[in-house]
Design a binder for this molecule. Sequence first.
Ligand code: SF4
Ligand code: SF4
Length: 218
Amino acid sequence: MFENYEIYLKFLNEKLTKFFNSQKQYIFCTKGCGKCCKNAQFPYSLMEIKYLLAGFLRLDKATQDIIEANLQKVAEEKKNFKGEKFMYDCPFLVNDVCSVYQYRGVICRSFGLMTTSEDGRIKAPFCCFEGYNYSNVMNKRGTKISSRKFKALGVKEEPTAFNVSYKFLTSQDFEQTFHFLFGEKKPLIDWFLPENNSGEAAAEDSTNEQAKNNISVA
Ligand code: SF4
Ligand code: SF4
C-alpha cells in the first residue's frame, strides 16, 4: 500500500540530501538535537500518519509504551487547552531522538533548510534564532543574509532558500506524478484524539489490527 508513496519519499530524500549538502556550512543539525520536534504542530496527512504507524509497529514494546504514554499526555494537554494554537512536543520523540526516523513525515524531512515564502521572501528556520541553522550568516531577525557574517565566514556560496514548504511538498502535482493521495491533513496529535476517532481510523486502515490496539488514546 505504500509502494508509490515510498517512491515519492525516495525522490524527496534525494532532493533534500542535495539541498542539505549544498548548505552544509550553514547547517548545525546533530542527532539528539530534537529542537524541531518540540513545541510545534507537525502537519500530517493521512498517508503520512499511516506510514508513521507502520514504523511504530516495528518498534520494540518498551518504545511503543513510551510513545503511547506520550500520546496520552499530549492528548490530555490538548483536551484541556483553551488557547488558539496548541503546540506540543512530538510523542514519537524518545530520548531526544526520532523513534520512527525512516517513517517520519514530510515536514520532518525538510525542516532546517531556509525556505521561500509565498510572497518571495526568504525565511530561516526557527532554530536560526537559537544559534543553529543559518545563524552564522543571517541577520538577527533571520530575514536577510548579513554581509558582515558572510564575509567573516570566508565561504564562496551564499546560502540558498528552497521551496520546501509543507504545502508545496504535499501538493497535487506530487500526488499526480507519483500516483498516490496524501489525503486529509491536520496536526499530528489530532489523528490520535478520541473525539474525532481519527487515530482509530488511521489505525484501522493500516491493515494491522495491532495498530488499533496500540495507538488509540481514547
Ligand atoms: S533543524 Fe535545527 S532544531 Fe532541527 S535538528 Fe537541525 S539544528 Fe536542531
Ligand atoms: S516524527 Fe520524528 S522527526 Fe517528526 S517531529 Fe516526531 S520525532 Fe521529530
